[in-house]
Design a protein around this ligand. Sequence first.
Ligand SMILES: Cc1ncc(C[n+]2csc(CCOP(=O)(O)OP(=O)(O)O)c2C)c(N)n1
Ligand SMILES: [Mg+2]
Length: 889
Amino acid sequence: MNTKLAVPVQSKFSEEVAEWLEAFDDVVVGEGPEQGAELIAALRHRAREAGISTPGALTTPYLNTIPKHDEVPYPGDRKIEERLEALIRWNAMAMVHGQNKKDAGIGGHLSTYSSLATLLEVGYEHFFHATYGDQPGDFIYFQGHASPGVYARAYLEGRFDDERLLNFRHELRGKPGLSSYPHPWLMPDFWRFPTVSMGIGPLNAIYQARFMRYLENRNLIQKTERKIWAFVGDGETDEVDTLGALSVGSREKLDNLIFVVNCNLQRLDGPVRGNKRIIDELEGVFRGAGWHVIKVVWGSDWDELFERDSSGLLLKRMEECVDGDYQSFKAKGGAYLRQEFFGKYPELLELVRDKTDEQLENLHRGGHDRCKIFNAYRRAVNHHGSPTVILAKTVKGYGLGANQARNASHQEKKLTDSGLAQFVKRFKIPVPEQQAKLGKPYRPAPDSPEIVYLQERRRALGGYLPCRDTPKLEFKAPPLKEFSEWTAGSKGRAVSTTMGFVSILRHLLKDPNVGKLIVPIVPDEARTFGLESAIRQVAIYASEGQKYTPHDSDILLYYREEQDGQILEEGITEAGAMASFTAAGTAYSNYRLPSIPFYMYYSMFGFQRVGDMIWAFADSRGKGFLMGGTAGRTTMLGEGLQHQDGHSHVLASTVPTCLSYDPAYVYELAVIVQDGIRRMYQENEPIFYYITMYNEDYAMPAMPEGVREGIVRGIYRFQAAPGGNAKAQLFGSGPILNEAVRAQGILAEKYGVQTEVWSVTSYNELRREALGVERWNRLHPTQPEKVPYILEKLRETEGPIIAASDYMKVVPDQLSPWLSSRLVSLGTDGFGRSDNREYLRRHFEVNAESIVAATLSRLAREGKFDQERAQQAFTELGLETETTDPAYL
Ligand SMILES: Cc1ncc(C[n+]2csc(CCOP(=O)(O)OP(=O)(O)O)c2C)c(N)n1
Ligand SMILES: [Mg+2]
């Protein structure tokens, strides 16, 4: 019997409507809820036929989605679990408080975890699997600022000792510390996902769920019941990254994905939606995007009040209040709640007449009620066909006494001494008052009932979480000789490095060992890079296959989608593609599968657009290749200011684990890719690559003898001076190397100046190496000085160095500490322009003529070339000397 419908239809309805409702009740009670749903669907259909527009409501009343009569009883030992939760809360508090007392300003957050604790604990006790048999377990994306609570639980589990706990935010003291937030880079055995930059966690979680399906559909991993749980702040949903990819979840039917939004109604400064209700807003957004929505608004103690209120007035009053009101109700206590909330209607005052102010103050929100949370999680894990979001209403700073639900709660690091003393007293934590004030952690003995229970629950769920491991995987990189087709040159045929790369990629896709591990990723740019043939070769991944006959099915290179397709065609979302790159680049740990992602994109829309995600990728110890296509401010012609990238290498240099390369020729590219696969997957180095590729066609030379090492270390001599006795050195990178070669000819033929040409594949790597050597020299003044690679290479050269690239001058300038006054940098500082390459290179002063003029000018200043002749050369070479610097145009 459906108890809720036993309540009579309310008298406010007209007789006719009441009759309809009663008939509906009869169907639901007599034939079941499915029949009720069918009836409503039929009514809607009928209404449409009659021309009546009845768009489905996206929001439901401000109540729990799961009615009380549909709940199952809580399966755990609530008393013990509540005790454990109190202990974890204490230790989180003690840890942050104690640390700030010792080290003022060291920081840490308490109020986020205090609102999240029960939501996490129910998961830990009943849902979060660390393994599924011999398969890996669930993934948990934690709210970054809740990390103190995650550490406190690990401490109770015996994973950290007291000393480690007290090294929270102390990472540089010769002992393992605990990082401020989830950082796999800093705690590689513990954290899997860096989440503290708001929005990155939820976005990555969606694409992680999709990548899991991709691997399953390609039969690369076993299908399991594995779930991805993402705990998200309600304020965090302001980030476009959080909500921007929701439709991917529903489109791909990702029922392995569960979002839990911790709706404590506050963000950092104040209320998230003071004038509205964030839960209503999110319910509409998620439902509109096709997600299964479960609201957990009210705790069990409200159930009784709802039962007693047959007038519907309680709900009406709730829906009159906005989140700003709800915050005050929790900040100001029971008497205030009685007066301001219940007091508006005499009937409601009457409803709570038998309750004390304290009882009113303790009426729980759903997100602090184990039973409500358990039922929501249970429904979420059993739901099929779409992702689930649980909107859980909580209190920020729950249990932190005077700090609860205040605008300043987020920043509170320390509690008052009396607050701490009160906490230990209230929760019977056996820490003496004096020590409590200093923030002493407490852990019961391993054989105490609490710890025995906690360990048993985790054993039943397969182990501890979070946990990250790096399994030893046997991997053999294809040797360089397998790339002979590309190291042999193009035999005079004009091709671009992009074309060269695509043919290398197609070759790798066919490789019997690594082929299936390659994950090509594109954000709607496959045609830009000439990937049509790869689409034909390995198909685009489509979870439902290809349900239509593509219009171009009659041609060879048709648009091919398959359920086990290999290419991730992401559509126009660099952020989404980066999230896929992250899932694929960390699969060696998360799925024990060393997948090798190649993410190809417009280089302009990489580091500067999704830079924070790339940073998080590095933190995640991600591996793979970022392939910045249509690179270079003068090589990317026509498209103008927003497309022409002249700075991604500058940005790449800021990411510690990113090796960036700017190759000129396909053989360089082949060497770098081969070496990258070897270092990342065979040698297990936690690094990744950024390689620029260009769309200018020219003949690719064959790889000269003995240059492999120089290519990967950053520089090699490409062409000696034809007449010997070089007076200057020309550095070139990317297609601008061809300009340097042309300049070498002009200098020799027209001005009688002999030069050598060098290909610089990576200024960033040269600088890193030189800095390392310099540091060693600084730290070892008694030892013979070591020489940086760049100086070793230039040892027997003389004269100025003219360095030109399609990137900003600051890229070669990175070497100025070692090249000092020899270096003259030419580069593409300033905004791009639409024109052809000839004009662009002249404008930015990186064409061969500008290189020639710069060389002569510098030699003239050094007294090695006639000054007048050098000045005259500018005119001869068609260069202007009185124009504004393009850096400012
Ligand atoms: C991209 C980014 N911007 C700003 C911050 C700073 N910040 C940290 S927590 C926070 C408020 C979080 O509010 P909410 O998501 O509601 O989480 P709560 O602590 O309330 O659970 C802000 C703005 C950040 N971590 N990341
Ligand atoms: Mg919040």
